[in-house]
Design a protein around this ligand. Structure first.
Ligand code: ATP
Ligand code: MG
Length: 352
């Protein structure tokens, strides 16, 4: 295992498109780091530059402290699992996993032991004799992960390896991947557009938008203290509610809402951010009350998400799933003011 660092890296494609803009990111030895952001924000490009299959336009990439800008892919000691898993169609799962070891002339006995171990971790035992077309998407994906594991690289790079797997298996694979990481204690750099997956997997997550890094931190840090409006809206589901407010002293006011902030920001206008779970039907000490006109309730078993309007602003609240609410009803909600966020509408930056 090794650390990796990306220092002031920019990627400009020949057409002039800037896919990555001055990205700096340290990935620690043995860390599970997740790069997350919407489609097209540059995640795959960043990973491909780490892998050495894409040139760097500006800046430096280091693996284990060594500059690798000019080191070709096969000499970087990284293994990449792609979005499309690129298995050899004419080879069995076993031979796909063993491919690199055969190239290196490893003894049959050792190959069998290695493939056996990887197959056990990934529960591929019964499928090893099958060709890729005889495997489900999830099984093919696991073969691709197994192929990376047997290479025992310094750094694992994953590009949305779970994106084509159905929801249930994806959850299982998430747990598997964490266990694999724990077992291998290797450095994992993992790309996904799915913030739930990012939160579940990452020791730390790096949030990107349009080629620009927005924030890096533990899932908890990023969730509890989003640095800006983009991160606040991107991380968390249902998304954070945003309400334009006017501010005077410590008081934030909207059409049908007035609350006391922990302290007075130096702004007249701001965007108030309230996560659905910061709204409840339980009255808490120091909380403000708002009235919501219910439009729609989504009961998802453990939670109930109620969509409605507060003074014309669309709001989602998470309430007790045992409480029945109907369209048109007015419900009184308490805002936990310790959990609210405030953003500068001009810069988008958090000011609380
Ligand atoms: N070879 C290329 N030439 C020109 N532009 C490219 C090339 N490859 C990618 N891009 C552009 O660079 C940007 C980043 O692409 P990238 O594939 O890194 O996004 P991504 O975050 O991985 O998206 P997704 O979640 O859809 O996989 C996109 O706007 C894309 O159109
Ligand atoms: Mg991609």
């Amino acid at each position: 295992m090794a650390s990796a660092s990306i220092e002031h890296v920019t990627k400009r494609f020949p057409g002039g498109e800037i896919a990555i803009n001055d990205l700096s990111l340290e990935i620690r030895n043995g860390e599970f780091l997740v790069l997350v952001g919407p489609s097209g924000c540059g995640k795959s490009t960043a990973l491909r530059m780490l892998a050495g299959v894409e040139d760097v336009s500006e800046g430096v990439i280091k693996i284990d402290g060594r500059v690798v800008n000019d080191v070709p892919e096969r000499k970087r000691d990284v293994a990449m699992v792609f979005q499309t898993y690129a298995l050899y169609p004419h080879l069995s799962a076993f031979e796909n996993i063993a491919f690199g070891m055969r190239l290196h002339g490893m003894a049959q006995e050792d190959i069998e032991a290695c493939v056996g171990r990887a197959a056990e971790i990934l529960e591929l035992g019964p499928f090893l004799h099958r060709k890729p077309r005889q495997l489900s998407g999830g099984q093919q994906q696991r073969v691709a992960v197994a192929r990376a594991i047997v290479r025992d690289p310094q750094v694992f790079l994953f590009d949305e390896p779970l994106s084509s797997i159905d929801a249930k298996l994806r959850e299982q694979m998430r747990v598997e991947l964490r266990k694999i990481h724990r077992t291998l204690r290797s450095t994992f750099i993992y790309v996904t557009h799915d913030q739930v997956e990012a939160m579940a997997l990452g020791d730390r997550i790096a949030v990107m938008e349009a080629g620009v890094l927005q924030q890096v931190g533990t899932p908890r840090e990023v969730y509890d203290h989003p640095a800006n409006l983009f991160v606040a809206g991107f991380i968390g589901s249902p998304a954070m509610n945003f309400i334009p407010v006017s501010v005077s002293g410590r008081t934030a006011k909207a059409r049908a809402l007035e609350l006391e902030l922990p302290y007075g920001p130096h702004l007249d206008e701001a965007i108030l951010g309230i996560r659905p779970e910061a709204l409840s039907q339980r009255v808490s000490a120091g909380g403000a009350m708002i009235d919501m006109e219910v439009d729609l309730a989504e009961n998802v078993g453990r939670d109930q998400f109620v969509h409605g309007l507060v003074g014309g602003d669309a709001i989602v609240a998470r309430i007790d799933p045992n409480v029945k609410v109907t369209q048109g009803e007015r419900v009184r909600l308490a805002v936990d003011t310790r959990l609210v966020h405030l953003f500068d509408p001009k810069t988008g930056l958090s000011v609380l």
